[in-house]
Unconditional design. Structure first.
Length: 47
């Protein structure tokens, strides 16, 4: 990357990508926990 391409806009894009990646990771972790809880409930015979 040349110095001309790097600027405040590029920093904003990187910050947005990082926050989007964090949100996506949290959503994925939430789904994993949800599926785990559903599986445990089914195995234990929760009626």
């Amino acid at each position: 990357m040349t110095p001309e391409e790097k600027g405040p806009d590029q920093d904003q894009v990187r910050a947005r990508q990082k926050s989007r990646a964090i949100v996506t990771g949290l959503l994925l972790a939430g789904l994993v926990i949800l599926f785990y809880a559903i599986t445990i409930a089914k195995i234990s015979g929760g009626h």
